[in-house]
Each structure stands twice: as structure tokens, then as C-alpha cells.
Write a protein that binds this ligand. Structure first.
Ligand code: PRP
Length: 208
């Protein structure tokens, strides 16, 4: 079974509280998603490989490190877009692939509407990002799509996960580690995460 890491950090707990509050306007919500994503990125990138790099300090030569992996961040649109900045701020040379996916409002099944993935996906360490893991349908479908395109080292990061989504992802993709800020209580009858933070996409982009 894939690993599940619930990141325990005071800044993240504070950020989640801001995100959960219905009083938070979309500008503050968007900024906080980005900040929280950076904390998740810090944890999710623990396994990134390094290689030695020799450099000159102002005084002498010494050996340090550089990132050896090709890194690709793949947001599941729309809401995943809000987490991209938090991930690429640590690795500016990272490439970004896009997957457009939307839940059917009646069946809750994911429907894909866009895909633009860098050709280097098969050699890359891939971070799939989406603030919400509800039924797990979108994340599972996205990861399957990336595997079909050749991806072999995939990580998934979200802000809020439902137990049902974690179970689905671990069952469908036992090789994909999951990093989240919290595991919430349950999904309700409309497949919304409770207590959750509402519809992350709408709150990031101000569409409600
Ligand atoms: C939300 C969310 C995830 C998905 C989670 O997207 O951002 O992508 O639902 O649900 P699941 O785990 O049950 O698949 P939504 O369909 O609201 O689209 P949006 O990001 O464009 O708002």
C-alpha cells in the first residue's frame, strides 16, 4: 500500500483554518492555497534525488548538490492550478503539465476535457496536485492517464482528503505516495468532504 503522510506543521494548521472559514474572500483563499501548497511541497519533495555539484565559494572549492531529477508538476484543473506556484517555487526549472478534469455533477465520475503533458514524463518525478481528494475518482483517473503516458514515479499532494478518497487511491495506485494537510471526517451524500472547505476551484477563482 502506498504511504500516506499527513503533514503536521503549525503554519499549515493555521492556513487550513483560513481555508475552511466561509468568511475568507477569494483573494486570501488563493494566496493561502499557494502558501499551504509550498509546505506540502517541502514534505512531498523529500524523495527528490540529488547529485553532487562542485562549486567555488569566495574562498575555495567545495562539493554541494543539485537536483538530479527532472521534475514535473501536474495540476488537476481547475483547482490544482492554485497549488502550482507552491511547488515550483522550490524548483523553478520544473515543467508543468496540465490535466483538465471535472466531476460529473450527477454521477461524481471524472470527465477529462484537456491534457498537455511534457514529453519528458517517463524520466520525471511527477507531482500531481489538487486541493481536494473526495471520492478519489479524479486523482485516480489522472494518475492512470499519466501512467499511460509513461510516468513511473508519481506522487500525489492535496490539502484535504476524505478517507474514501485515500482508500480508492491506495487501492488503484498502491505505488503513489499521498501527502495531505488533513484527513477529514467523511464524504456527504453529495460527495462533498465534511467538514472540508467547500468547492476549492470556485473559491480560488472567485466563481461563486
Ligand atoms: C473538484 C476537486 C477535485 C475533484 C475531487 O474539482 O478540485 O478535482 O473535485 O473530487 P473527486 O475526488 O470525487 O474526484 P471540480 O470537479 O469541482 O472541478 P474544478 O476544480 O474545476 O472546480
Amino acid at each position: 500500500m502506498s504511504s500516506l503522510t499527513v503533514v503536521d506543521h503549525p503554519l499549515l494548521k493555521r492556513d487550513l483554518t483560513i481555508l475552511r472559514s466561509r468568511e475568507t474572500p477569494h483573494g486570501a483563499f488563493r494566496k493561502t492555497v499557494s502558501d499551504a501548497a509550498a509546505i506540502l511541497a517541502y514534505e512531498a519533495m523529500q524523495e527528490v534525488d540529488l547529485k553532487d555539484k562542485t562549486i567555488e565559494t569566495p574562498l575555495e572549492s567545495t562539493t554541494g548538490y543539485e537536483i538530479a531529477d527532472e521534475v514535473i508538476v501536474v495540476p488537476i484543473m481547475r483547482a490544482g492550478l492554485g497549488m502550482v506556484d507552491g511547488f515550483v517555487r522550490f524548483i523553478p526549472e520544473a515543467r508543468v503539465g496540465h490535466l483538465g478534469m471535472q466531476r460529473d455533477e450527477e454521477t461524481y465520475d471524472p470527465v477529462d476535457y484537456y491534457s498537455n503533458i511534457p514529453d519528458t514524463i517517463s524520466e520525471a518525478r511527477v507531482f500531481v496536485v489538487d486541493p481536494m481528494l473526495a471520492t478519489g475518482g479524479s486523482a485516480s483517473f489522472a494518475i492512470e492517464h499519466l501512467k499511460q503516458r509513461g510516468a513511473e514515479r508519481i506522487h500525489f499532494a492535496c490539502l484535504v482528503a476524505a478517507p474514501e478518497g485515500i482508500e480508492r487511491l491506495q487501492s488503484d495506485h498502491s505505488d503513489v505516495p499521498i501527502v495531505t494537510a488533513t484527513v477529514d471526517r467523511e464524504l456527504d451524500d453529495n460527495a462533498f468532504i465534511r467538514p472540508g472547505l467547500g468547492d476549492a476551484g470556485d473559491r480560488i477563482f472567485g466563481t461563486t
